[in-house]
Design a protein around this ligand. Structure first.
Ligand SMILES: O=C(O)c1cc(=O)[nH]c(=O)n1[C@@H]1O[C@H](COP(=O)(O)O)[C@@H](O)[C@H]1O
Length: 271
């Protein structure tokens, strides 16, 4: 999916919501555990109930890998279900990969070719030759961790390196990479006060913003400081939506939570 197609969807749906699929078998409704593929059945029900309210889904790969082969098969079924039934949806493999060049190429093939995701999250720590193999897939999007939502972000990301915060170095240096126009960045919703300065470095790039809901980030603040003329934001919520109920009504409950966020986004877009 091109960036323009994503922008068009945001305008059409009046939503820049990304639903995070962080499926934990201990948290899903008991009755699903009797089915052959509880992870996929859960995802399918969530997607069926929420796809009109969001523009993206972000399966977090850890939550699939934790269940071995069955988890990986559920991931494959989930992305195939999305690509077949909802090609208008932007898909994010939240894998946080990045390694020496030839290894990154294999990670890129796994998520872009084999699983056919639109984008993948990448850790920038290993630098240019670890990121460019993902950017080589010109029709795909590489989402680089810039300033993350967790407390550990202050261990390295905000530290000064040559007089400048490391996350700013990541933003500036990554702009020099080949095909950098296909970069998006992760900025945690819990770090909204940093967004004005971030926008000075990357005025137009899309940001994936996790951390609203369960982690305490605030949608209004993120939009105030981070929104561009083309919106430029994908706001992710995982637990706050998918675990709204652990009973048979879980999908409707998830849709209700998603709708609250969508309505808030609509109000911001129309203000
Ligand atoms: O890359 C991410 O998606 C990510 C980056 C970050 O800085 N913080 C963060 O929470 N995430 C992911 O976003 C999701 C947040 O989930 P909830 O806190 O349940 O909404 C999880 O899948 C995290 O792994």
């Amino acid at each position: 999916m091109t960036t323009q197609q994503l922008i068009d969807q945001i305008k059409k749906k009046k939503s820049f919501l990304c639903v995070g699929l962080d499926v934990d078998l201990n948290k899903i409704p008991q009755h699903l555990l009797q089915t052959e593929d509880p992870i996929f059945e859960f995802n399918k029900a969530i997607i069926d109930a929420t796809h009109h309210l969001c523009v993206a889904y972000k399966p977090n790969i850890a939550f699939f890998e934790a269940y071995g082969l069955k988890g990986w098969q559920a991931l494959e079924k989930t992305i195939n279900y999305l690509n077949k039934n909802h090609p208008e949806i932007f898909t994010i493999a939240d894998a946080k990969r990045g390694d020496i060049g030839n290894t990154s190429t294999m990670y890129a093939k796994a998520f872009f070719e084999d699983l056919a995701f639109d984008s993948v999250t990448i850790a920038p720590y290993m630098g240019k030759d670890s990121v460019e193999p993902f950017l080589a897939f010109k029709e795909k999007h590489t989402i680089l961790l810039a300033l993350t939502s967790n407390l550990g972000a202050f261990d390295f990301q905000t530290k000064l390196v040559d007089g400048k915060e490391l996350y700013k170095q990541v933003l500036e240096t990554s702009k020099t990479y080949a095909n950098s126009e296909n970069l998006m960045y992760v900025v945690g919703a819990t770090k909204a006060e940093y967004l004005s300065e971030i926008r000075q470095i990357i005025p137009n790039s899309f940001l994936l913003v996790p951390g609203v809901g369960a982690q305490g980030g605030n949608l209004q603040d993120v939009c105030k400081y981070g929104m561009t003329k083309d919106v430029g934001l994908l706001i992710n919520s995982s637990r706050g939506i998918i675990y709204a109920s652990n009973q048979e009504d879980f999908a409707q409950a998830a849709a209700q939570k998603a709708e609250v966020l969508q309505k808030e986004m609509q109000a911001i877009l129309e203000s």
